[in-house]
Design a protein around this ligand. Structure first.
Ligand SMILES: Cc1cc2nc3c(=O)[nH]c(=O)nc-3n(C[C@H](O)[C@H](O)[C@H](O)COP(=O)(O)OP(=O)(O)OC[C@H]3O[C@@H](n4cnc5c(N)ncnc54)[C@H](O)[C@@H]3O)c2cc1C
Length: 599
């Protein structure tokens, strides 16, 4: 049934599960049948709470953001971050809803943890309301993923804390990589690690951007004496908030989320120099940290540190893409509500042809970003949890492409939603103010656009990641063969698949400088073609079930991103956004028999 956006005043107080068919579709496709009903219940409950309490709290925290208390009145070092109580409520609601925990430990009454995609779906929902809160939750999951693989026995107390269900037991994660002289270029890391005994080291150095800096379980990179330069000489360390005094981490002062902020136990020797005064994501404190003989524990093989961290980074990048898709969905929701409610020039804005085009484009962008990101997440999950080595190569290319492109799309969508709300959208009383400020970080942290595009080149050169990618596109296109309403867009997509193959073949024989020059072009090309194929396959399944709506979404994506028109398409009589507005933007079903074959 079509959604009537005129029923809402704004995007707050809305159930984010119930109003998001794109999310529901992907979760249905992603979670195995035996887990689906259970996962659906968890996510639906969280979708409701996110759209109400969490979003209201996020507004409050944005105006009352964390502050750093460095010294007390006697000049004694305090070194603590102080939070508005709404922050604790949001964290409690999130962790106790099952974010992180459900995907790492079998939930009560179940035998196995849920797929990682379940945790990522929580990240999507958080993205729609508070990108800042999504950051520590993502890092807690990322740290859990690393310890699950490389330190589950040795650092069991930390793993238990990172994956705890009860908020009072939660130890949050963080990732301190960036130093002043090197963010993208992590090989320039200067932090030194000196051996103390066993797996215990002391760290000396400084980290320049540290989000969630008072977390109980920080993962960081440092160089041991005589280790080679570059990333190969980096080891991974776990930095606890309090020193090891024989007390289990989850009971130690500073161990749990709630306690860490009011504790007076013996703190580990690191110093919060200052918090960054950021444009957005005000709810997560990001600061500069000095390690001053800080106690740290080696994780795994000392020569594999960078590789371990790459595992965490992939998880963070996927969370980033999920958050981006959530932002685009929120931007579309706010825009549709405003356009339904606002009258201008004699009628509602959403009856104006040009506004209809805007809203259809936002809807299609949202579904494209969501479909691509969940597909990347499925590959990531198959690699980690399934027995599927081929999935590693696929996720190696899908993850950087997803992170790069969806982040840019999120900034565009948040910016355009602000414009659709008119002058109000620019004012802090409306959520678009925060949405745009928050979205702007998505292309920067976890790797900026250029860096990710260069990573795509690396994945192709090192792992031939384009091979499983192209194979996957062909599988999706075959699904859409012989489906009447898809005939023309399918032909366009097949042609562009050949174009993509040519582009990749050119890069394979180019000199390095030329390949770098074209890296972003290629990342975009991959995203456009892969997304087209995904949407066509989804459309084919829906047509078989009697609904042609997705065929319209696929058509418009391909029309806008792959089809080459003369005279910019103006003479081509392209009326889809106006004629099929209810179907695409309001999610009404369409009888496939009423659609012709084409663009
Ligand atoms: C709010 C916020 C929170 C953050 N939190 C954390 C955190 O918790 N932990 C952490 O470790 N870091 C964190 N960061 C740091 C962030 O990950 C880095 O800022 C980011 O990776 C970029 O690194 P940089 O700032 O050193 O920029 P640089 O590496 O100097 O890059 C600058 C620009 O140059 C481009 N560039 C780099 N190399 C190339 C190349 N070879 N070819 C072409 N272009 C290139 C980049 O794409 C970028 O646009 C945070 C940043 C922000 C803004």
């Amino acid at each position: 049934m079509a959604i009537d956006y005129g029923d809402f005043d704004r995007g707050q107080g809305v159930d984010y599960w119930a109003t998001d068919p794109a999310l529901r579709r992907e979760v249905r496709r992603t979670i195995p049948d035996e887990d689906f009903e259970w996962a659906r219940g968890r996510l639906a409950a969280f979708g409701e709470v996110v759209g109400t309490t969490v979003d209201e709290n996020a507004d409050l925290i944005d105006r009352n953001d964390p502050t750093l208390s460095t010294y007390d009145r006697d000049g004694e070092l305090v070194n603590e971050v102080e939070y508005h109580p709404a922050q604790f409520e949001n964290e409690r609601l999130t962790y106790e809803a099952g974010a992180v925990a459900d995907s790492f430990r079998a939930p009560p009454g179940r035998e196995e943890p849920l797929p990682l995609t379940h945790d990522l779906a929580f990240g999507y929902l958080l993205g729609a309301v508070d990108v800042g809160l999504g950051c520590p939750v993502a890092m807690t999951a990322g740290a859990a993923l690393v310890l699950e693989q490389f330190g589950r026995e040795e650092y069991a107390e930390f793993f238990e804390g990172l994956t705890a269900r009860d908020y009072d037991d939660v130890i949050q994660g963080a990732m301190f990589l960036t130093e002043k002289q090197g963010g993208s270029d992590v090989g320039k890391t200067e932090t030194r690690a000196e051996h103390v005994e066993g797996n215990t080291y002391e760290l000396h150095g400084e980290k320049w951007f540290c989000s969630n800096l008072d977390a109980g379980c920080v993962l960081t990179l440092a160089r041991r004496p005589d280790a080679p330069d570059g990333t190969g000489g980096l080891s991974l360390f776990l930095v606890p908030r309090t020193k090891d005094d024989g007390v289990p981490a989850s009971e130690a002062s500073g161990g749990s989320s709630a306690e860490r902020r009011e504790s007076g136990g013996e703190r580990n020797d690191y110093y919060f120099r200052r918090l960054k005064d950021k444009l957005g994501t005000r709810s997560v404190p990001t600061g500069e940290v000095e390690f001053r003989g800080t106690e740290a524990y080696l994780v795994g093989d000392p020569e594999e540190g960078f590789w371990y961290m790459a595992e965490m980074l992939n998880m963070e990048r996927l969370h980033n893409a999920m958050a981006s898709a959530g932002v685009i969905g929120r931007a579309a929701l706010e825009s549709k509500i405003h356009a339904a409610d606002r009258e201008a020039f004699g009628g509602p804005l959403d009856e104006k042809p040009l506004m209809r085009r805007d809203l259809v484009e936002m809807t299609v962008a949202h579904e494209a970003a969501t479909a691509f990101t969940f597909d990347a997440a499925r590959a990531f999950d198959r690699y980690h949890r399934g027995d599927d080595e081929a999935a590693y190569r696929l996720m190696r290319i899908l993850v950087p492409v997803a992170k790069y492109r969806t982040a840019r799309m999120a900034v565009d969508a948040a910016s355009y939603a602000m414009e659709i709300l008119g002058g109000n959208g620019y004012v802090r009383d409306w959520v678009t103010h925060r949405l745009l400020r928050d979205a702007q970080v998505l292309p920067i942290w976890e790797g900026a656009s250029n860096v990710l595009s260069l990573d795509v080149l690396r994945a192709m050169a090192g792992e031939a990641a384009h091979e499983p990618l192209l194979a996957r596109v062909r599988v999706y296109l075959d699904e859409a063969a012989d489906v009447d309403p898809l005939a023309d867009p399918l032909a366009t997509c097949r042609k562009e698949l050949t174009g993509l193959e040519d582009a990749l073949a050119t890069l394979a024989t180019s000199d390095r400088a030329y390949a770098e020059l074209q890296a972003k072009e290629v990342a975009d090309y991959v995203f456009d073609v892969y997304t087209a194929a995904l949407l066509l396959a989804e459309a084919a399944r829906d047509v078989a079930d009697g609904d042609g709506r997705k065929a319209l979404v696929a058509r418009w994506w391909i029309d806008e991103h792959l089809h080459e028109y003369e005279a910019r398409g103006v003479p081509a009589d392209r009326r889809l956004p106006h004629e099929h507005f209810d179907a695409v933007a309001r999610h009404a079903t369409v009888d496939p028999a009423t659609l012709d074959g084409g663009e």
